[in-house]
Ligand binder design. Sequence first.
Ligand code: P1T
Length: 387
Amino acid sequence: MTNHHAHFNTSCVHAGVEPEPVTGAIMTPIFQTSTYVQAELGLNKGYEYSRTDNPTRSALQSALAALEGGKFGLCFSSGMAATDALVSTLKAGEHFLSCDDVYGGTYRLLKKVRKRQGILSDFVDFSNLAEMEKRILPQTRWIWIESPTNPLLQVIDIRAVVELAHRHHVRVAVDNTFMTPYFQKPLELGADLVMHSATKFLNGHSDVVMGCLITSDQALYEQLKFIQNAVGGVPGPFDCFLVLRGLKTLAVRMQRHQENAFDVAHFLSGRKEVNWVRYPGLKSHPQHDLHKRQTTGFGGMVSFELKGGLESARTFAKSVKLFALAESLGGVESLCDHPAIMTHASVPKEQREKLGISDSLIRLSVGIESAEDLIADLDHALSAVGA
Ligand code: P1T
């Protein structure tokens, strides 16, 4: 049985999963089936069709809900499909208000796809809440937070945004991809919904694309479950199995990502080739204290700006060997991203410049390798930049 009072490390291993009733298999089987035989008209065993429900997916959804401290979880075929399910609760003319430094795909979904169906959206700076409040419209239905943001690792005061939003009868969703519930539990901070790109730390092994939504609000859950089935962007059972497996080591991976990220952030801070380093765990981070108040740790993402513009970034990207030049993050292996050309290319250049996503900004997803090897790799690449 899932023990709802278990400590987080225990929940990672046990939440949502039960021995399989027929054989006692300790690991949730991959129910690789599209449909389920019915005994007679209207009589089934709780499963009718795998777009609607699948036992492997149900186990994962329960596990994710338990880890976030929510009642209900829903999985989707990608993080974007999960976000879009939430956006699908809006009608034409209604408004979605997001922080301005967000994953480029979230911006693209709202501005390039859903705008055509009449959904309004604004992307504004949430560090000044008085200014942000002015952007809440009578038609605003959801406020969307990433904290820390992708890629600049700005920290947003989740409790303060929730308080303000609820005063305006607007609900708050938090994209918790970077922190995971190991470090941050937005529902406990008052948020109405948590979203993840499960592609990242939750799965942790760079072999699945998936998203999820978690809430404790039953009416909202039912609305989103209806959309999940009606639109059909669901993950397959094998991918659900892989994420269930990944979750078992979430706590130990996150701890290790963080240890390595601290070492990398300290190392980069001392280098002359680097303009600045952003890591929420550094005292130099502008919202270090705020971050500490709303989390139990700092995660595995480090961003920094090189001196010397795009040429420096090109040299750096060509010179790293252990850090793979690739989009995505949150896997056991270290990755290096150039947001302006890679993950955030869909954000218009003027908007990128306003935010500080310059041509020499580098984002690192620090993996669980030996820190000495990661630092030797960075040392080599920075020396090439400086030469
Ligand atoms: O890639 P997908 O599983 O669809 O999730 C989209 C997404 C949503 N939210 C955040 C914070 C994300 O980082 C992502 C995906 N991000 C990358 C691929 C990236 O390299 O930033």
